[in-house]
Design a protein around this ligand. Structure first.
Ligand SMILES: Nc1ncnc2c1ncn2[C@@H]1O[C@H](COP(=O)(O)OP(=O)(O)O)[C@@H](O)[C@H]1O
Ligand SMILES: [Mg+2]
Length: 339
């Protein structure tokens, strides 16, 4: 029998909160599915659990740590003051408190968030990454000649496909300039433009610290998208059920991959996690070309943990039911050495 723990589940909120706020109404809504799933799992595991949602006040957290004195914090807070760029700052605060917490530390979050910096590190270590250029706001919009169309224009620091639409796929300098300006102005963010890698869209889930476990590979299939059309996990492709139905978009286990190729993908993803100093658990987004070349697209430390999302689905397929998965994530969090 494993020791029962005092677990503080930490969430983010989109408006000011109080320390004993009743979140039962929020927890019934689709936006809070992950939080509700994790709380249910913590209950099933019979850990002593409390939760806190923070908006822009870290002092609430400090007070809660003092009054509840948890053994470990389950970190689901990935924005602060509605800014998704501040997830690493919350984690930096936790690191300074010396309290064990789940998931990735500040360094890993910073390295993965910047889609240019992560690619520079990985390409230095000879992992295939698309050629790219970063275009900060305020800089002249010019495409380096060696960067070949088609390109995919993205915010350099976003997640969940914010700012990614069919129009992100550009084939001319005019389309390129237009989309870069759109991201600069409407999304108020710097841009990364990457060579578009045609191929299968794979999602690889991993868990652990020094010793990493790779779960069965998931794939987003684009069943009804014509073969010569770009296949992109746009915002609508991820979150709009109608749209997913219309284009036959489905997340499923990747079929027909040669075992030697699977082994190569697993090794590559483990290296990616180590090189980007990811702790705890992660999902790596890849493209697999027709020639079986594996391209790194993006690393997601602390991927969405809802029970019906790819990460938990992969873990379940590997024989880890949801509550056990949550327990493992906690145990890894308690063992992670933070600088
Ligand atoms: N260089 C690329 N080549 C092909 N497809 C890409 C490329 N970059 C992004 N995509 C597509 O866009 C999706 C979202 O890009 P990603 O960098 O993972 O952003 P996010 O962090 O918003 O998930 C990917 O899952 C993939 O479908
Ligand atoms: Mg992604």
């Amino acid at each position: 029998m494993k020791k029962k723990l005092k677990v503080l589940a930490l969430f983010d909120a989109i408006g000011p909160t109080t320390i004993d706020q009743d979140l039962s109404a929020e927890l019934k809504t689709p936006d809070w599915k992950t939080e509700a799933n994790v709380l249910a799992a913590l209950g099933a595991l019979a850990h002593t659990t409390e939760h806190l949602a923070i908006f822009d006040d870290l002092d609430l957290l400090r007070q809660k740590l003092e009054s509840f004195a948890p053994d470990v914090l389950f970190n689901l807070a990935d924005q602060f003051k509605n800014n998704r760029g501040f997830d690493q700052n919350i984690v930096s605060f936790l690191e300074m408190q010396g309290l064990p917490f789940t998931g990735c530390g500040a360094t890993g979050l910073v390295l993965c968030k910047h889609k240019g910096i992560s690619k520079k590190i990985l390409s230095y270590h000879r992992i295939h990454t698309p050629n790219f250029v970063v275009i900060p706001r305020g800089q002249r919009i010019a495409r380096p000649r060696q960067l070949k169309f088609p390109l995919l224009v993205k915010p350099v620091k976003e997640e969940a496909s914010y700012g990614i639409a069919q129009a992100s796929f550009v084939e001319t300098d005019e389309q390129f300039r237009e989309r870069v300006a759109f991201i600069h102005e409407k999304h108020d963010g710097d841009v990364i433009a990457e060579e578009y890698i045609a191929g299968r869209e794979l999602y690889v889930s991993l868990m652990g610290n020094m010793k990493l476990t790779v779960f069965p590979i998931r794939e987003l299939v684009f069943r009804e998208v014509p073969p010569d059309e770009p296949k992109i996990a746009t915002y609508r492709a991820k979150w709009d059920e109608e749209y997913r139905k219309r284009w036959g978009l489905e997340n499923q286990f990747a079929e027909g991959l040669d075992p030697a190729l699977v082994a190569r993908i697993e090794q590559t993803c483990k290296r990616i996690c180590r090189l980007l100093t990811i702790d705890g658990y992660a999902r790596i987004d890849l493209r697999l070309t027709a020639a079986n070349e594996v391209y790194f697209i993006e690393a997601n430390p602390n991927p969405i943990l809802a029970e019906d999302e790819d990460f938990a689905q992969s873990a379940a397929k590997a024989g880890l039911p949801y509550p056990q998965l949550i327990d493992r994530i906690i145990r890894h969090g308690m063992k992670t050495l933070r600088s």
